[in-house]
Design a protein around this ligand. Structure first.
Ligand SMILES: Nc1ncnc2c1ncn2[C@@H]1O[C@H](COP(=O)(O)OP(=O)(O)OP(=O)(O)O)[C@@H](O)[C@H]1O
Ligand SMILES: [Mg+2]
Length: 139
């Protein structure tokens, strides 16, 4: 079944649910999980060589969520890597899924936005439209 699982992880509660589902599936299939966080680099920071700072800024709530996720994966005995990468979330996740030949992309229905969308967030919405592999949306 699904052995190479990519999770869109923004540290939000829904993305934590997505990670739990991915870990459960990977345990069953003896597969592995990559939890990827897309980080936006402000143009200026990029120009001034402050990209590292932009990455560090994502810590705090995200750092705590990653610590939780590592424990969750360890408890299940699942190989799970956490990675932060600069890019636009929907574009980055669909591209990495394709390039790295993931067979499942797991996402939360919503993310960290304070705006409460009617149905699903814009990242998940775009990925459902563009992904080349199966997508699981966890509520
Ligand atoms: N920066 C990100 N990096 C990785 N995955 C993300 C990122 N942002 C969102 N996701 C994934 O997409 C899911 C849904 O988040 P999404 O961004 O679509 O909704 P939202 O934040 O509530 O609304 P908005 O459209 O305003 O961003 C998250 O649970 C997570 O799985
Ligand atoms: Mg969002």
């Amino acid at each position: 079944m699904y052995k190479r699982i990519l999770v869109g992880f923004d540290g939000s509660e829904p993305s934590k649910h997505a990670l739990s589902a991915a870990v459960t599936l990977a345990k069953e299939s003896n597969g592995e999980v990559l939890a990827l966080t897309a980080v936006r680099a402000p143009e200026a920071a990029e120009l001034e060589g402050e990209v590292d700072e932009a990455l560090r800024e994502a810590d705090g709530p995200l750092g705590k969520a990653i610590t939780w996720g590592k424990q969750e994966a360890k408890r299940a005995g699942v190989n799970c890597t956490f990675r932060k990468q600069i890019g636009h979330a929907a574009e980055l996740l669909t591209r990495i899924a394709e390039e790295s030949k993931h067979d499942l992309l797991v996402l939360g229905r919503r993310g960290r936005s304070p705006v409460k969308h009617w149905l699903i967030g814009s990242t998940t919405d775009r990925i459902v439209d563009h992904a080349s592999c199966a997508v699981l949306i966890v509520h």
